[in-house]
Design a protein. Structure first.
Ligand SMILES: [Fe+2]
Length: 206
């Protein structure tokens, strides 16, 4: 069975980008949710180490997915724009971390990660030092259009902290003009050369 989808349109400089942005009605991140294996370890990691305040804890006694009585807690850790990282921890065996589909050791950053914004390379260095003080292994990479560090939270979820760099605005302006064209080219051809000429040394252990 094939999935029908609209082909990516190549429109050269993509003069439609401004219109598409004006017409978009999907706003900023509200929250990203993940299954917690230990909510206190999760609280310590996000609130005490990363400095994201716990702004809400909701105890729930009915599972809206199964429609059955359950016992779980739902927490929100706030970012500077008001959006949150959210976590669930269940007490019942049926919905616990160990029996959840979310159980995995996420060692491959391409599989799943959540990227959060920090302001400048100084903040990247500050978080690297803070995470090292708490024995959290960190990897870093220069993406060209941004600069990032990656690490795992106590639940196995990979977190990225990323900052804009001096060339970010210029690179993203150009990327917006060529995004469809570049995607169409990559889909159609085997050996398309990189168009990210500003990328640095890549994935290195911090
Ligand atoms: Fe990322």
């Amino acid at each position: 069975m094939s999935i029908e989808r609209e082909p990516s349109r190549s429109t050269g400089a993509d003069e439609n980008l401004d219109r598409k942005r004006r017409e978009n009605r999907v706003g900023a991140l509200h929250h990203h949710a993940f299954h917690a294996r230990d909510m206190e370890a999760t609280r310590h990691f996000y609130e005490d180490i990363l400095g994201m305040p716990l702004i809400g804890t909701w105890v729930e006694r009915m599972n809206p997915v199964t429609g059955k009585p359950d016992n779980y807690v739902h927490t929100f850790f706030e970012m500077t724009d008001g959006s949150c990282l959210a976590f669930f921890q269940f007490k019942s065996d049926e919905t616990s971390y160990d029996t959840s589909l979310n159980k995995f050791e996420n060692s491959n950053p391409f599989a799943h990660h959540i990227a959060l914004t920090v302001e400048g390379k100084g903040e990247i260095e500050r978080f690297k030092k803070r995470l090292a003080e708490h024995d959290v292994p960190v990897f870093e990479t220069d993406h060209g259009y941004c600069y990032s560090i990656y690490f795992h939270d106590p639940n196995g979820m990979q977190v990225e902290l990323t900052t804009r760099v001096p060339q970010t605005a210029e690179m993203m302006k150009d990327a917006g003009k060529t995004a469809h064209q570049t995607l169409a080219l990559w889909l159609a051809e085997e050996d398309v050369a990189t168009n990210n000429t500003k990328r640095g040394a890549g994935w290195v252990k911090a």
